[in-house]
Design a protein around this ligand. Structure first.
Ligand code: NAI
Length: 356
């Protein structure tokens, strides 16, 4: 148990260095502004490859401890994602402890801009849950270390969908030695990324099964693509070749992994594995798991164009290289008899643990 201090309703772990999610983070900054009510935490995990780029999540956390856990985890995840995508970026993330609907104000976002500026470019802020391009515009009045503005590169989801599609195609090629025609794919989550992925798969001739908690989204996409709508719970364990989780993370656990019939998992959702051991569970069942942060890096590659010198052509090349990185991870995991998840982490660590 972590020791706590002060008001029990606003508990903060004192022992941050011993926090289970603390992993040699370079900096964790607590930022406040009395006038606007800003309470933020900025976490820079690693900057060996470049500045830490990562979104600002605006969320009414139940406790400060939850906010710390979230920001530590998210910042570390960005380091791994940027490294595997071959970007000259490190990992960082920020959280604002507020309800985006009722408490967020332009003043608060400007104060966040001041806090970001104080880090002198070690952290570049972007959008995340609860934040909008207008918020990034407000931040940009105080700092240049910001991406995702309203005049920026725009919606990252087409890039994310393209990257997942290319990796899924490569995984099928590797496992079944076929193209996507007639391959049975279940897609769960039909939002910005999942919807685009389904359309691309339909064009490639895949046989599609789709599910979303929003019936209207499922019906609309089914009418457009000829996909079969299935239940949300059913989608995970359907008798298909590929399962593409594109909703929320944490779904692949000891219980669900036992029920999966697909031989490939390749989807956009972040943090698909409930625990690190679940990567090994998938490998033990012979399921080819395409690591989430590898295949969904397209959005980050797109946003990076606003943060570092990276041309459109350069970004496109990095997007097209994602399936090659997946193949590298696959070959090495076979050679090392390690899971895909472990091998992806190892490759990322080799790329960021020393300065390139
Ligand atoms: P979104 O919010 O546009 O779509 C999510 C969809 O999932 C919605 O249609 C929602 O109704 C559905 N959904 C939520 N819970 C569900 C459940 N339990 N069962 C079935 N459907 C459910 O989100 P977006 O942008 O498409 O992102 C999807 C996933 O990909 C998320 O995990 C996100 O973190 C991840 N991701 C997205 C990127 C992007 O560029 N948008 C980049 C990298 C990762």
């Amino acid at each position: 148990m972590l020791a706590t201090l002060g008001d029990p309703l606003r508990r903060l772990p004192v022992d941050i260095f011993a926090h289970p999610d603390f992993d040699a983070h370079e900096q964790v900054v607590f930022a406040t502004d009395e006038g606007s009510g800003l309470r933020a935490i900025i976490s820079v995990h690693n900057t060996n490859r470049g500045p830490g780029l990562g979104g600002c999540r605006i969320w009414p956390y139940d406790s400060e401890a939850d906010a710390v856990t979230d920001v530590l985890r998210l910042a570390r995840g960005m380091t791994y994602k940027a490294a595997l995508a071959g970007l000259d970026l490190g990992g960082g993330k920020s959280v604002i402890l507020a309800d985006a609907k009722t408490q967020k104000t332009p003043d608060m976002m400007r104060a966040m801009g001041v806090a970001v500026e104080r880090l002198g470019g070690r952290y570049i802020v972007a959008e995340d849950v609860g934040a909008t391009p207008a918020d990034m515009d407000a931040i940009a009045t105080q700092t240049t270390y910001v991406s995702g503005r309203s005049n920026g590169v725009g919606d990252p989801s087409p890039w994310t969908a393209e990257g997942v599609y290319l990796c899924l195609e490569r995984a099928v090629q590797h496992r079944r030695n076929t193209d996507l025609s007639g391959v049975r794919v279940a897609v769960k989550g039909l939002g910005a990324v999942g919807g685009k992925l389904v359309r691309k798969l339909a064009q490639a001739g895949a046989t599609l099964f789709i599910a979303d908690i929003r019936d209207d989204a499922a019906m609309t996409i089914a009418a457009e693509t000829g996909a079969t709508v299935v239940g949300v719970d059913e989608a995970t364990s359907l008798n298909v070749d590929v399962y593409a989780p594109c909703a929320l993370g944490g779904e692949l656990d000891a219980r669900t992994i036992d029920t999966i019939k697909a031989e490939i998992i390749c989807g956009a959702a972040n943090n698909q594995l409930a625990t690190p051991e679940d990567g090994a569970r998938l490998a033990a069942r012979g399921i080819l798991y395409c690591p989430d942060y590898l295949v969904n890096a397209g959005g980050l590659i797109s946003v990076a164009r606003e943060a570092i010198p990276l041309s459109d052509a350069g970004a496109e090349a990095k997007l097209r290289a994602l399936p090659d990185t997946l193949e590298t991870v696959g070959k090495r995991s076979d050679a090392d008899q390690a899971s895909m998840a472990e091998t992806a982490d190892l490759l990322a660590e080799e790329r960021f643990k020393s300065k390139p």
